[in-house]
Ligand binder design. Structure first.
Ligand code: SAM
Ligand code: SF4
Length: 349
């Protein structure tokens, strides 16, 4: 979608925009379904890159302890627990610039992927820069999706990272697309970028061929010791508007409400789901940042009437039928409110 179209969408009154987002959402997705993904840091800290938001960069003193690649047993244990808690996608992240075929490290990662993929969840990895050979082998080992975020607009990118370029990110994404793995690619808001930078990011994502199947929208978690530690939190309505625009520009993508949910109220998250978000990261920790507790998330989803069990698409009536069924059941009841509704409708016919 072109920048001017995204700009026009974004600058509408909020309710108009989120209604359009909802309409598109219901054309492509079941409105009550929110995918729960679990994310584990399989190699933490000590990264050579200088991404200004990241607590795992070795360029900053953030207090994050460097840890080597976790053992297969440990990772499989965490993945089994996540599945038992209802996760249908298991994501593994590694803090390094990238990984190369032919190294012992890469062989270990392939082994981890083979083991985790046996558990029957979608498997997603985020391992930094890769090329066609690595992408091909990861796909063969059982990776469903590769996450590699563009993070912001190309114009703003050099303000937050100097050790690699926006084009490097695009090259990895091209290799992933060619391998047949699905692409998970989104960004972060709240780093000091403008609204136009955010819309440019959506423009670029929507022009991928094919478009990304999954789009995480992170709100910056200001990590102590990083250059962006003191950025003010993102305004909730700016987040909701960006989610609605992402939903409209990328109708078939899962839009993931990713980092920063600890700072968003229940009402704010509800608005994000209404505007088009249909996935969350689930689990008390998001790599090195905090995430809402599992029981708090379950309670919220339940209260909003969003499904907390994975459901077969065919097992539930479509949202529209459910609305009609709920209305006629309410009208058939004998309460004064139902009688008043019947009367009002008859009067308006
Ligand atoms: N090293 C790999 C890479 O850069 O692609 C994978 C790990 S990296 C930590 C995964 C993503 O998490 C980043 O691309 C960024 O979008 C997000 N992220 C990292 N730190 C964040 C923070 N403090 N606030 C919000 N999002 C963050
Ligand atoms: Fe390293 Fe990834 Fe963090 Fe950048 S975002 S510093 S590449 S772990």
């Amino acid at each position: 979608m072109r920048f001017d179209q995204l700009h026009a969408l974004y600058h509408q009154p909020l309710f108009d925009l989120i209604s359009q987002g909802r309409e598109i959402h219901l054309e492509h997705w079941r409105g009550e379904e929110v995918q729960r993904c679990s994310l584990l840091s399989i190699k933490t800290g000590g990264c050579s890159e200088d991404c200004a938001y990241c607590a795992q960069s070795s360029h900053y003193s953030t207090g994050v302890e460097r840890e080597e690649l976790l053992s297969i047993q440990k990772i499989v244990g965490v993945a089994e627990r996540a599945r038992a808690q209802g996760a249908t996608r298991f994501c593994m992240g590694a803090a390094w610039r990238g990984i190369r075929d032919g190294t012992e490290k890469f062989e270990r990662v392939l082994e981890i992927v083979r083991e985790v993929s046996r558990l029957g969840m979608e498997v997603c990895v985020t391992l930094g820069e890769i090329g066609p050979a690595e992408a091909h082998k990861l796909k063969a080992a059982g990776v469903t999706a590769y996450n590699h975020n563009i993070d912001t607009s190309p114009e703003f990118y050099s303000e937050i990272v100097s050790t690699h370029t926006f084009q490097d990110r695009l090259n990895t994404i091209a290799a992933v697309q060619k391998s047949g793995m699905s692409v998970c690619c989104g960004g972060i808001i709240g780093m000091g970028e403008s609204v136009d930078d955010r819309l440019r990011m959506i423009e670029i994502l929507s022009e991928f061929d094919p478009p990304p199947q999954s789009v995480p929208i992170n709100c910056l978690m200001g990590m102590s010791g990083t250059p962006l530690a003191d950025q003010p939190p993102v305004d909730i309505f700016e987040l909701v508007k960006l989610i609605a625009v992402a939903r409209i520009a990328l109708p078939k993508a899962r839009v993931r409400l990713a980092a920063g949910r600890t700072r968003i109220s229940r009402e704010g998250q509800a608005l994000c789901f209404f505007a088009g978000a249909n996935s969350i990261f689930f689990g008390d920790k998001l790599l090195t940042a905090k995430n809402p507790a599992v029981d708090v998330d379950l309670a919220l989803l339940r209260e909003l009437g969003l499904h907390i069990e994975p459901v077969e698409a065919a097992a539930l009536p479509a949202a529209k039928e459910r609305v009609e069924a709920a209305v006629s059941a309410a009208d058939a009841s004998d309460t004064p409110a139902a009688a008043a509704r019947r009367e009002a409708r008859n009067g308006h016919k």
